[in-house]
Design a protein around this ligand. Structure first.
Ligand code: AMP
Ligand code: MG
Length: 344
């Protein structure tokens, strides 16, 4: 099939994309986090196409994208007040909530779970597409499963050209990492995935937050976990990635001592002069963590090259949005971390 490229600034785009979704087709949609591969979330056959196009494991559930908090009750039940408090504060925005699912949500969408994830994205065209289609749009990140997420329309075209009906080009994604996911189905709210809405921001509204173990450690592929997506290999270029922690100078000394031809260094812009001759690639400025989250996946995609043997990566420290960047980079590295301070 020919994949239509639709511009977000063309006033006809929302109607064209909504029609395709109503007809059971796949449409890639821009959001503030990453590009999503969207389909009618209530149509099992349409949702099946998402899994097929991505090569996504069947038990990895999808997020339903909706127009606003008033739609939560259409797809969820037993909704606690704190869900509305979070929506009030952070929607439209990079926050997904997991709630008990109504029967109208197919098991294919929820990966067989009794719960469903909902989010209202901060992108005007995408919200208009959802509104015009009249259905919740199920959309995971538009990358091939296991690969770094798509943060430009060009990334989506690289992975899906000829396989999906259309791509809506809305430019580069502002946040650059997938949404924060919080599970509200238990007594205590649980962080399943860090993202653009930080743990600190959630705590301010919720007063309490448990961090799921899937956020901080590698999960066995056979494990039963609250965040099924988190147990799979994620965000990874084809070659091994190792994170080197420690001060700028100590890390650079370690990396330069181990660097071999064919290796690459993924670092902060401020560090580029330290890696002359080591083919460094910067993904943003350490002094502005938002540039790191926005640039991470494009950089990981650039490094997804079979000619590269090994990537040495530098990771920001601290909380806030840095916490989400650490999570994605650690997953790309399969939690392989060397502390340069202990190696010297
Ligand atoms: P993606 O945006 O491609 O990373 O995929 C959506 C993520 O949302 C998956 O990795 C799931 O782990 C998570 N998710 C979706 N629905 C649920 C749910 N009902 N319970 C827990 N996690 C969910
Ligand atoms: Mg994904």
């Amino acid at each position: 099939m020919e994949t239509l490229m639709l511009s977000a600034s063309d006033p006809k785009t929302a109607a064209t994309a909504a029609n395709l979704i109503m007809n059971g087709q796949l449409v890639a949609i821009p959001t503030e986090t990453v590009y999503g591969l969207g389909a009618n979330g209530l149509d099992e056959a349409a949702v099946a196409k998402i899994f097929e196009a991505k090569g996504r494991p069947q038990d990895n559930p999808l997020i339903l994208h909706i127009c606003g908090a008033e739609q939560i009750e259409l797809f969820c039940h037993h909704i606690p007040q704190k869900a509305y408090d979070l929506a009030e504060k952070f929607w439209p925005g990079p926050l997904t909530m997991v709630l008990p699912a109504r029967d109208c949500v197919p098991k294919r969408t929820t990966g067989g779970l009794a719960t469903v994830a909902v989010r209202c994205p901060d992108n005007a065209v995408t919200r208009e597409i959802i509104r015009l289609s009249g259905v919740p749009v199920a959309a995971p990140s538009a990358n091939i499963s296991g690969k770094p997420s798509t943060t430009t329309a060009e990334h989506v075209r690289h992975d899906h050209d000829g396989k999906i009906a259309a791509i809506v080009d809305g430019g580069s994604c502002r946040v650059g990492v997938e949404s924060t996911i919080v599970d509200l189905t238990e007594e205590r709210p649980r962080l399943l995935r860090p993202g653009g809405i930080t743990p600190e921001q959630l705590l301010e509204v919720l007063g309490d937050l448990v961090v799921d173990k899937a956020v901080t450690a590698q999960i066995d592929k056979d494990a039963v976990v609250k965040a099924p997506g988190m147990k799979y290999r994620h965000y990874a270029p084809s070659e091994p990635v190792v994170i080197v922690s420690g001060s700028r100078e100590t890390a650079a000394a370690y990396i330069r001592a181990h660097f071999e031809p064919g290796d690459r260094v993924l670092c902060f812009e401020e560090e580029l002069p330290l890696y002359e001759g080591c083919n460094p690639l910067s993904y943003g400025r350490e002094a502005d963590v938002n540039t790191l989250s926005a640039g991470l996946f494009a950089a990981l995609r650039e490094l997804d090259d079979p000619a590269i043997h090994q990537v040495y990566a530098r990771c920001p420290v601290g909380g806030g949005v840095a916490y989400a960047v650490q999570n994605r980079l650690k997953k790309a590295a399969a939690f392989h971390i060397v502390d340069a301070e202990e190696e010297v």
